[in-house]
Design a protein around this ligand. Structure first.
Ligand code: ADE
Length: 255
């Protein structure tokens, strides 16, 4: 079971994930559990203060270390009461390690993590030093807080849990599971506003269809994410046929 503990001032963000779509199945089947913890509940002053102005001046507010320490202690106690091992603490931050499919897989195969959604100005560094295992980012842009990045990560992990997707194949054949963006997809009708479905997909010839899909996927990847092609080539994951096809598109292994 994947138990996720989320530290957030805005737990309502996490309700739709549990109530809708594919991710809902992971919760309904009991494979995934999500617990939200509001650091305001772990304050001790009358105003329930969770942040303060930065030492040294400057804009924005910084989240106080002490309420977060207490929240993390409560999470550790709850995991222990549920006979679960301590889980790593990940902090969402635009300067963290980029979230990718490998990180998603690591999470989906684990028994959980504690996700710390901070406001973007930040968290007292001493809390990070003491309690955070990794900082992770959704991309090179700044969100107002970690919640949306946490949702993206959790949605991606939920669909990797067994039985969550309709067909066991879907997750495997997915973009990036085999490190290539997906080929284009078509469904009915055969003609849409003057544009036809490629003939090969109507041929019933499964070998030709598989080859066409592979080539389309290689073509798209070379156009949009050439660094992925270079990484696959370096890892020896391109067949001779792949390399011949790419060469015809102008790709040379050293370029
Ligand atoms: N918090 C603010 N910006 C973020 C980003 N890009 N990724 C993850 N967490 C964030």
């Amino acid at each position: 079971m994947l138990r996720i503990d989320v530290i957030t001032l805005f737990p309502a963000y996490f309700e739709p994930l549990q109530r809708q779509g594919v991710s809902r199945r992971a919760f309904d089947s009991g494979q995934m559990q999500l617990h939200c913890w509001n650091p305001r509940d772990f304050t001790t002053d009358a105003h329930r203060t969770i942040d303060d102005r930065p030492y040294g001046g400057g804009p924005g507010m910084v989240m106080l270390a002490e309420p977060l320490e207490r929240t993390l202690d409560a999470i550790a106690a709850a995991r222990s009461a549920a006979s679960l091992a301590p889980a790593p603490v990940w902090l969402f931050s635009p300067t963290g390690q980029r979230i990718d499919q490998r990180l998603v897989e690591t999470l989906a195969q684990s028994d959980g993590a504690t996700l710390l959604c901070a406001r973007y100005e930040g968290v007292d560094e001493r809390l990070i030093d003491r309690r955070v295992d990794a900082e992770v980012s959704l991309g090179d842009f700044v969100l107002s807080g970690g919640e949306i990045a946490a949702l993206a990560l959790l949605d991606a992990a939920s669909r990797l849990l067994p039985g969550v997707l309709g067909s066991a194949e879907s997750a495997q054949q997915d973009s990036f599971a085999n490190a290539l963006p997906s080929h284009p997809h078509y469904t009915r009708p055969e003609q849409h506003r003057g544009q036809a479905v490629p003939d090969v997909l109507l041929s019933g010839d499964h070998a030709r269809i598989a080859q066409w899909r592979r080539e389309q996927s290689l073509r798209l990847t070379l156009q949009r994410r050439p660094e992925l092609i270079a990484a696959l080539a370096a890892a020896g994951q391109l067949s001779k046929a792949d390399l011949r096809f790419l060469a015809a598109l102008g790709y040379t292994p050293t370029s």
